[in-house]
Every structure is written in C-alpha cells, then in structure tokens.
Design a binder for this molecule. Structure first.
Ligand code: FMN
Ligand code: SF4
Length: 646
C-alpha cells in the first residue's frame, strides 16, 4: 500500500482475481485495427498502458455480430475466430506487466459512431437516431437470437484469448440501452412495454455469456447513470436496472459514466468527476463493486472518491492516453512529471485514421527507438523558441542526455498556446506548457526568457551548437488596409483584452478555418456584454472543432444571443463611407451590418524570419508553426521527432 494515495494503491478483488490497484484504463477504442483484427500497434498501445502501472484495462469496444461491424473494419470483430490470437497477444503483454485485461462487448444497434456499415442499421424499434442518416429497421426475434448468439461466441473468444473478464456495453445509448429505454423501445412483443420485457434482451445476453464464462472470469456491465437526452434514462432508471441485474448474482462490477453518443467524452467545458454521485447510488443500492470514470484526471481526485466510499475502482480514459505512466508516477511521488490531459478531444476523438493524442506523440505511432535510451555522445542542442514544439524538442533531447539551451523572446513560455488558453473554457490548454516547463527544469535545460535572437546571434549560436532547432512559432498576419482603416482587430486582440472596455455591437468574421479562434472571440465578447454577430463563408458552423465540443459551444453562443450566419462573406469596402455587408455565398440579398467592433480572423503566418535568414544545414532544423501554423499536436509530434533523432 502506498503512503501517498493509500486507497488508490491498494489491491482489490474482482470476480476471481486481484487487481494491484484501483485505477482502471476505461475502454478507449484505438482503431489500430485492420478488418476487425487488432494490429501490432494496438498490442503496443496496451503494453504501454500496462507498463505504466494501471491496475486493470478495459479494452475498447469489440462488436459481437457482423450487423454492428464498420465498413472500415476499424472496430474489433469479436465473433471472428481469427481475432483470438491478436487479443491473446494483448492479454499476454498486459499480464507480463502485472495488469489485468477485460474485453468490452458491444452492439451499436441504430448508432454507428460516425462510420458506415455494410448492413442495414437495426434497433428494437424503427426509430431513427438524430445522429445518423438512416432509420433502423425493427429487429425480428430471429435477428435478436442471432445477436445474442454473437454475444456468446465473442465471449467464448475472449475466454480463449486468456482475458480476465468481459464487460457488456449497456451504456451510451447502444443496443442494450436501446432495448432498456422506453424512448427507443416501442415494441409490443415480449421485448417491449414493461420493465421486465425491456430487460429481456440483456438477460438473454447475460445467460448466453454465462454459459461459456469459466469460474473466476469477471463479468462487468457498463451503464449510463444519466443519458442526458430529453426523454432518456436517468439515475432512477439506472439504479433500477443495476438492482435488477445485481439480483442475477453474476455481475462482478458496474461501470458508471454519463451520456449517450456525442456526450460521453466530455470536453474541458464541463465539470470534473460528473458521474460520481450516480456511481455512489448504484454502489449503495446494489452492493456490487462499482467503477466510476469521466473527467477524473488525477490520482488525488481518485483517492477522494475511493476514500469517501463512492466507488471501488476509478477509471480514466484520456488521462492515461495523455500519460500512461500516470499511475507509477503518482505512486512514486513524481506528480510533477505527470503530463495532464487537456480534455479538448482534438486528436483522440478524430480517429484520423486511428488514435492520436495532442500532447503524447507516441500514441498511435509507438515509442521512437531513440527515446528512453541515453546517447553515447551528448550534443550541444540549442532551441530557439519556447512554444510546445521547442519545449518538446528540448524535453526529449535532454531526456536522452543532450545538453540543451533554450531561448524564448517572451518573458514566459508557451507561445500562441497562452493566447488560445485565454479563451473562455480553454484554460486547460496551458497545462501542456506547464508540464513542459516543469520537465525542462527537471532535465536541467538552460532556459533563457526575454531573449530575442537576431540573425547575427543565430550565426554565433551555430558556432557553439552541434544542432540548432528553430521553433519560433507563428504570429497574426497584418490585417488588409480596408479593415485596418475601420479599426478592425484580430482574435488575439480580443482574447488578450486589447479592445474597448465599453461593449457595443461586434461582428466576428471567420475567414480562416472553422476552428476555435473566431468562435472563442465571439464567446469572449458575449461574456463581456457585447452584442455579437458571427459570420463565416463556410457552409457549416465550427466544422473543425472536435465534434463533442461543437454542441456545447453552439449552445453557449446561442444562449448568449450570438447571431450565427453561415455561407456569408463579410464585405468591407475600401471606401469607408460604404456600408459593411454580409453577402450570401450562393446569392440572395446582402445584409448591411454596422459593427462598433470588427473582429477579423484570418490564417496566422509562420514567424520564419530566422529560418529565411539562415542557409539550410544538416545541423539546423525548423519545426512547428514557423514552418507553417497548425495545431498543438503537430508541434508536439515534430518536437518529439526532432528530440528523438538529434
Ligand atoms: C478515444 C476514445 C475511445 C473511446 N472508446 C470507447 C469504447 O470503445 N467503449 C466505451 O464504452 N467508451 C469509450 N470511450 C469513452 C471512455 O471509456 C470514457 O468513458 C470517456 O472518455 C470519459 O472518460 P475520461 O474523461 O477519463 O476520458 C472512448 C473514449 C475515448 C477518448
Ligand atoms: S488528445 Fe487531448 S483530450 Fe485526447 S487524450 Fe490527448 S490531451 Fe486528452
């Protein structure tokens, strides 16, 4: 038992096995899957998680029947015989590192998590989900029997693969939940109507699974404490369902989170640990071991949840993607070394084409062979620029034993991340800068703040360095003349407060990208009392904001009274006497607008003066936004690659 977090780092018995601590990696599909079979990259991902000290891992969803397979083949297909060796390989690496592995079995029913299927969608009733294009057909009893049989076959395969248990995905509005909820189940046969009838499908599934589950193999059930949709199931329904299942005497644990598809991976705009009260109720009523997760990002919170008796196990999905070593670092008192999850879902939920992480470049790529190995001959590495790219390059090269000196022209580190973090609900962005700053201190990187490097300085540095890294970031491009003459400002001006304190009418125009900046400016202005009109020439709102954040963002803008116009360009005539208008992209009448404040968002440009002033050389590399402005994940990935190879 650890002195630091005694409840977290104490063992626990589930079913017939012990877990070494109470931390669980929640199911997080990696899409490192080809034609329904996990790839070597998936096995590596699981090995990395287990090596970081987590007690138990629940693998991401494995579908139980071809009617729930994705056309892309990116979901594991548990009914295939060929899946067994790949899952067995995952079990072997997880066990080798002292952790436990549970498989999660799922049928999506009418929901297709944004992918397409070759099969017609099917559900208890022919009611279309608001999230997919096609209505499902009503499952026949014969089809229900085939899916239940799929659950049995897939369970048998998990047993053959040597897993420690299986979890039924009965949460988040997928098939079992579609049967349980009166909102989606309007059947009039023995599978619909009364509570007992709506539970029948899950009972059949559990019976089929129990027919092949050996002694000691754990059975878990994942439930949504609150579905968080109008007319959806709430905590009272959840407790009733859990109580009914507990009475079967075969369930070893419940896993409780909130939400349905689109709402269960909550971004940083919501509160932390939202599902804890629901888990606490389920545990108290059923007496069954309870696992709770959702926006629990640190071991201190986990300790509190366990100590207060709200749950027996605490789950984390994204916190362990961002830093799989979070358990071992926390247990050994190295909390400062934990790389926090930003909670912005920018990369982990994009599946482009598989799991990535904004702050952890190893996710989806594996560890670079150069990382974690001390170099024989340390080099003098000079890094110009202290944004995420430069800091990550400094961190990784210093960890390998190089001597690193970093120059940053500002008086603080972080570059443009600090500006983005000044936006409403985006403050967690700065966590990555804070982490990298702590790491540079730990690794004894010499950091020079307020150090503007000229071309002459660079030439001098090149004389001292074995390798120079240019990571000078990006800047706001100058606004075109007609805009400047009307006093237009940039998103950075708004976020940094360089505008009038007296609110009036503001027009925010997103010329650029459909990403956060212009929306953040609109939100910041609305919060400060401005009446805001937002326009974009794109045909959709916030198309590049992660999909789980778009709904909450637009809801906040809508309730703040921000007027939203898509497919309109903002026309600002050179002649200052002519009115500013919103012009429909596809024709129609123009709308005159009279902004007291005009906020124009255009693409940033690379801060590349030093790069252009320097002759190309094998001992000089430019990385991150100074090459061309992009996202944090690109900066981190390039910094990591440079650090791993220098
Ligand atoms: C990349 C990713 C994939 C996920 N895949 C699954 C899944 O296959 N099955 C599931 O039940 N939940 C899945 N989830 C949801 C997580 O299990 C978890 O409930 C959610 O992320 C909230 O926990 P967190 O705040 O610790 O990330 C996924 C989450 C992420 C980030
Ligand atoms: S991509 Fe962002 S939200 Fe997802 S795990 Fe990484 S840091 Fe967390």
């Amino acid at each position: 038992m650890s002195d630091r977090f005694p409840h977290v780092f104490s063992p626990f018995r589930i079913g017939g096995f012990d877990v070494r601590n109470r931390l669980v990696a929640l199911p997080a599909g990696t899409s490192l899957v080809e034609r329904g079979i996990p790839t070597h990259g998936d096995v590596e991902h699981f090995e990395r998680l287990a090596a970081g000290g987590v007690g138990m891992i629940v693998a991401g969803a494995t579908v139980v029947h071809p009617t729930s397979a994705l056309r892309s083949g990116k979901l594991v297909e548990g009914y295939l015989d060929e899946v067994v060796p790949a899952i067995a390989a995952k079990a072997a690496v997880v066990h080798r590192h002292g952790s436990r592995l549970v498989g999660q079995l799922c049928h999506l029913g009418r929901e297709f998590i944004g992918g397409e299927s070759d099969e017609a969608p099917m559900a208890p009733s022919a009611l279309k989900t608001p999230r997919d294009a096609y209505p499902p057909h009503e499952l026949s009893v014969r089809e229900i029997d085939a899916i239940v049989e799929g659950w049995r076959v897939a369970t048998e395969n998990l047993v053959k693969a040597g897993l420690d248990g299986v979890e039924i995905h009965a949460a988040h509005g997928y098939l079992p939940a579609q049967f349980m909820s009166p909102l989606t189940n309007r059947r009039t046969d023995s599978f619909g109507g009364s509570f007992d009838n709506r539970m029948r499908f899950l009972h059949l599934v559990i019976d089929a699974m129990c027919s092949v589950i050996p002694d000691g193999f754990a059975l878990g059930v994942r439930l949504s404490g609150e579905e968080e949709i109008p007319g959806g199931m709430d905590i009272e329904d959840c407790v009733r369902i859990a109580d009914d299942l507990a009475a079967l005497g075969v369930v070893d644990y419940f896993s409780i989170t909130h939400g349905t598809r689109g709402k269960y991976v909550k971004d940083s705009t919501g509160p932390d640990a939202v599902a804890v009260p629901s888990a606490s109720r389920v545990r108290a009523v059923t007496g069954v071991a309870t696992l709770v997760g959702q926006r629990i990002r640190d071991v201190g919170t986990a300790e509190h949840v366990l100590k207060a008796g709200h749950a027996d196990l605490v789950g984390m999905a994204r916190a362990l993607i961002a830093d799989p070593d979070l358990p071992v670092k926390s247990e050994t008192g190295r909390l400062d070394e934990v790389r926090g999850c930003l909670g912005i879902n920018q990369d982990c939920r994009a599946f482009d084409p598989h799991l990535h992480c904004a702050v952890n470049a190893e996710v989806g790529r594996g560890r670079h062979p150069g990382v974690g190995v001390r170099v024989d001959r340390p080099k003098e590495v000079y890094v110009i620029g202290g944004g995420p790219a430069g800091l990550e390059a400094a961190r990784v090269s210093a960890e390998r034993g190089h001597r690193v000196t970093l120059f940053e022209s500002n008086t603080s580190l972080g570059g443009s991340v600090r500006v983005a973090a000044a936006a409403p609900h985006r403050a967690t962005l700065v966590d990555i800068v804070d982490y990298l700053e702590r790491e540079t201190r730990r690794l004894k990187v010499e950091v020079n703040l307020g150090a503007e490097i000229s071309a002459d300085d660079l030439a001098e540095i090149q004389g001292l360095a074995d390798h120079v890294v240019l990571a000078t970031g990006s800047k706001v491009a100058p606004l075109p003349d007609p805009l400047r003459s009307r006093g237009a400002v940039t998103v950075d001006d708004v976020l940094l407060g360089a505008i009038s304190p007296d609110p009036g009418h503001a027009v925010v125009y997103d010329e650029a990208d459909g990403f956060w900046p212009a929306y953040s400016a609109a939100e910041a202005l609305a919060q400060r009392g401005w009446q805001v009109t937002f326009a974009t020439g794109l045909t959709g709102l916030a198309p590049r904001v992660p999909h789980e954040s778009v709904g909450p963002l637009l809801q906040r803008l809508g309730s703040a009274g921000v007027g939203l116009h898509v497919a309109h360009t903002l026309v600002v005539p050179e002649d200052a006497a002519s009115p500013v208008v919103l012009r429909p992209v596809f024709g129609g009448p123009e709308l005159p607008v009279e902004p007291g404040l005009l906020v124009w968002h255009q693409p940033r440009v690379g801060e590349d003066a030093l790069r252009r002033a320097t002759a190309p050389s094998d001992s000089l590399t430019a990385i991150g936004d100074c090459v061309t402005p992009r996202r944090i994940s690109h900066a981190i990935a390039e910094g990591y690659r440079l650090g791993a190879t220098v």
